[in-house]
Design a protein around this ligand. Structure first.
Ligand SMILES: Nc1ncnc2c1ncn2[C@@H]1O[C@H](COP(=O)(O)OP(=O)(O)O)[C@@H](O)[C@H]1O
Ligand SMILES: [Mg+2]
Length: 235
């Protein structure tokens, strides 16, 4: 089989080493291949955010290894880590994290500027990704002129614009009503069908059940890792 895009080996994260230490991740092993749609689910305090921070190169483990797209990122310093993060990962957050005084188009273009992509290509990539999420008619709108569901679609367009190999979504429907939530899940499923690699962090069984593979964490350990038999590849 092709090398894993994400390979985590014996990963541990210990907060406050010593007397009051918390083992937020306790010897975690996980491989995710290109094109997979994986939900990581666990209750509050199970270690989801900690794991998300590791997978997203926002923090480094106390011990163990993390190979992202073939590179060992587990011992990288902040500068190198942020370069890897910008190149390899598209983030989708619960709170959208859009910039209020920029239009949808400008929000999607912003990370492309940091990647040194020229103006013309930037515009083209941003317009393409806004079309993919059905927002071609809202490109000049600012976040406060859009619904929550539309704002999250802008955030998705921003995450995919530079075509990073991994999309990491942290409770992407957590702030949305059920109709918008369904709409966002449909977009994510469509991205999976078009070959994207998606990692979705959630505490919600109903959301996790829509992924093809479900990894359950508890007390910093992987409790189960199953393929969702009901998953429908062609919706
Ligand atoms: N910065 C921190 N310092 C100390 N303990 C932390 C810190 N962040 C998280 N924890 C602890 O680590 C465990 C896992 O937390 P977290 O990863 O936030 O879980 P979840 O996102 O699933 O709610 C919890 O016991 C939490 O209290
Ligand atoms: Mg959390």
């Amino acid at each position: 089989m092709e090398d894993a895009l994400v390979r985590v080996v014996n990963l541990c994260k210990v907060y406050n080493p010593g007397e009051n230490e918390v083992r937020a991740l306790d010897h975690v092993d996980l491989e995710i291949h290109k094109g997979e749609f994986v939900a990581i689910i666990g209750q509050s305090g199970s270690g989801k955010s900690t794991f998300m921070n590791m997978l997203g190169c926002l923090d480094v483990p106390t011990s163990g290894k993390y190979y992202l797209n073939g590179t060992d990122v587990s011992t990288m310093k902040d500068n190198d880590l942020s370069v890897v993060r910008n190149k390899e990962i598209g983030f989708i957050f619960q709170g959208f994290n859009l910039i209020a005084n920029l239009t949808a188009l400008e929000n999607v273009e912003l990370p492309l500027i940091y990647r040194g992509i020229d103006r013309k290509t930037r515009r083209k990539l941003a317009v393409e990704s806004l079309k993919k999420v059905g927002l071609e008619k809202r490109m000049d709108h600012k976040p406060n002129e859009m619904s929550g569901g539309q704002q999250q679609r802008v955030a998705i367009a921003r995450a995919i614009a530079a075509r990073p190999p991994v999309i990491l979504a942290d409770e992407p429907t957590g702030n949305l009503d059920s109709a918008s939530s369904r709409e966002i899940m449909e977009i994510l499923k469509g991205m999976h069908r078009s070959g994207e690699t998606l990692i979705l962090i959630t505490h919600d069984n109903g959301i996790a059940a829509q992924a093809r593979r479900v990894v359950r964490i508890m007390d910093g350990k992987i409790e189960s890792d199953t393929i969702n038999e009901e998953f429908v590849e062609e919706a």
